[in-house]
Design a protein around this ligand. Structure first.
Ligand SMILES: Cc1cc2nc3c(=O)[nH]c(=O)nc-3n(C[C@H](O)[C@H](O)[C@H](O)COP(=O)(O)OP(=O)(O)OC[C@H]3O[C@@H](n4cnc5c(N)ncnc54)[C@H](O)[C@@H]3O)c2cc1C
Length: 481
């Protein structure tokens, strides 16, 4: 049931800029907690959803951005539940959970799922395997210097394992470079596991045991490793449900260009003469767009936001006849680690992961190109991209046939990169917003996590903080996130 907005002139006016998952979650959670608030979501595009969207073309169901979300945090599953979507959720196939590959040494190799499989795997030499297996015996961290993902992985598991596994991990998640990405900003759980248990392996085993015990004590079946989820009709279902709930609060085609403050509160300026007054403003558009909006108000803050880098990604959705594919596709797909500088970062075998992604007898894959070191590919024309992708698919998967379908989606500024120094920058931003701009909140995937789960978790926390701030007049809501 939709909650109608109050017409009470005393009700707080809240403007949320950006209708991606972050903005829609903040808005939805605020609606739940503060139904009397006068809420507006301003979105520059004709549709909400930001990176998230499902296209249905020629019987293929293609995700434009994320392919699914994990249940390693409860926030997105909970959001789906609250929206009445639980029955429509589907888990990724069993095979896609077990079989993940990397393209290393000119061939596809299965990523080991256990220490025994690691011992049998040709991915590491014997000395590399030994270095990896000694991880539980290594000392904990002695310095407080912020480490890169590569430094951390090398220190804990040896250089070979870092080159293969850490690189594959960040190629698959961030499309980034492990030498540049900050460990604590991108993987705070690994920092916490090392701090608490002195070892990642010991930490993972101990937390799995604790979870099993808790489940047994509650009489529940212990949950296995995290699963990926989506909907039969694609992730667009989640966005449609949020849009439906927020109804007239959403204004599409409203590009915010500037923020001002006067005696009556915040003024949010759009193109032409569009203007919205607000007591609270939440910016959730990408950081470089937040910078543009804040530039005339606080150029130092804008410079900080502008310096959060983004990579570029091209998603090439490509369909083949099943009979033209020489491989068994019972798996998630594969990563080509970014240090190999191939023309593709990896391939997701979408129709093997979720049902109904391709018409009968056909398969659908998403080939991801670009990333931090190959960002120029976003400017390649369609023909050049397709030739490069087909050459790579031929070398890596032995596919020589003509595709029956293709569609190219370009993300010139796709995923924010939390490089070493990111957390210090967040502290400076937060201090400045708190001190100078009461009622302003900065949110979105540029700050504390890029996964859908991070956006829904941070969105919910922020909504709670705003409610708390509005309900305690002596404690104005002044935090950046
Ligand atoms: C190719 C790709 C694959 C991904 N895969 C996964 C995955 O498999 N799993 C996962 O969990 N996550 C994945 N992610 C990450 C996840 O999708 C994003 O982090 C998340 O959707 C970001 O949501 P957001 O609302 O913070 O930002 P966005 O989605 O960027 O939304 C920001 C919104 O602000 C709007 N906007 C911009 N400027 C203005 C302005 N001036 N005025 C008004 N509105 C404005 C934009 O149009 C947009 O709608 C992927 C991302 C990409 C790009």
């Amino acid at each position: 049931m939709k909650v109608r907005e109050s017409k009470d002139p005393q009700a707080p006016r809240i403007v949320i800029v950006g209708g991606g998952l972050s903005g829609l979650t903040v808005a939805y959670r605020l609606r739940e907690r503060l139904p009397q608030a006068r809420l507006t979501v301003l979105e520059s595009q004709p549709r909400v959803g930001g990176n998230i969207g499902t296209q249905y073309v020629d019987g293929f169901r293609l995700e434009t951005g994320p392919n699914g979300f994990l249940d390693n945090k409860p926030s997105t599953v909970q959001l789906c539940h609250d929206l009445g979507l639980s029955d429509r959720l589907i888990a990724a196939s069993e095979g896609s959970r077990k079989n993940r590959f990397v393209f290393v040494d000119q061939r596809l190799q299965r990523l080991p799922g256990s220490p025994i499989e690691l011992l049998r795997s040709p991915l590491l030499s014997w000395s590399g395997k030994l270095a990896f297996l000694l991880e539980p015996l290594r000392h904990g961290r002695r310095s407080n210097r912020e480490e890169s993902v590569a430094e951390f992985a090398t220190r804990r598991a040896g250089r070979e394992a870092a080159n293969v596994f850490a690189d594959a991990l960040v190629t698959g998640i961030q499309g980034g470079d492990p030498q540049l990405l900050s460990l604590p900003a991108n993987f705070p759980r690994l920092v916490e596991l090392e701090r608490r248990y002195g070892s990642i392996v010991r930490g993972v085993l101990a937390s799995a045991k604790a979870k099993r015990r808790l489940a047994q004590a509650r009489g529940e079946t212990p949950a296995g490793p995290p699963k990926m989820w989506s909907f039969r009709e694609g992730l667009g279902v989640l966005i449609d449900a949020l849009r439906e709930q927020l109804g007239a609060a959403i204004v599409c085609g409203a590009k915010v260009r500037q923020l001002d403050r006067d005696a009556s509160g915040w003024q949010v300026l759009g193109e032409g003469r569009d203007r919205w007054s607000a007591d609270v403003v939440v910016l959730t558009q990408p950081a470089y767009e937040q910078a543009e909006a804040l530039d005339s108000l606080d150029s130092e803050l804008a410079d900080e936001l502008r310096s959060i880098p983004y990579n570029a990604i091209v998603v090439v959705g490509i369909g083949y006849r099943q009979t033209d594919v020489p491989l068994n596709l019972d798996g998630f797909g594969f990563i080509a680690p970014q240090r190999t500088r191939r023309d593709i970062l990896g391939v997701q075998w979408c129709s093997s992961i979720f049902p109904d992604r391709a018409p009968s007898g056909l398969v659908l894959w998403r080939v991801l190109c670009g990333g931090w070191h190959r960002g120029e590919m976003v400017h390649w024309d369609a023909e050049r991209l397709l030739v490069a992708v087909r050459q790579e698919l031929q070398q890596m998967m032995g596919v020589t046939a003509e595709p029956v379908f293709h569609r190219i989606i370009r993300w010139p500024r796709a995923i924010p990169q939390y490089f070493v120094g990111h957390l210090a920058r967040l502290q400076r931003i937060e201090a400045r917003v708190s001190a100078e701009h009461p009622g302003l909140f900065l949110a979105g995937n540029a700050y504390r996590g890029i996964a859908m789960n991070d956006c829904t978790e941070q969105g919910q926390l922020l909504a709670e903080r705003i409610v708390h701030g509005l309900q305690s007049p002596d404690k104005p809501a002044t935090r950046a996130w």
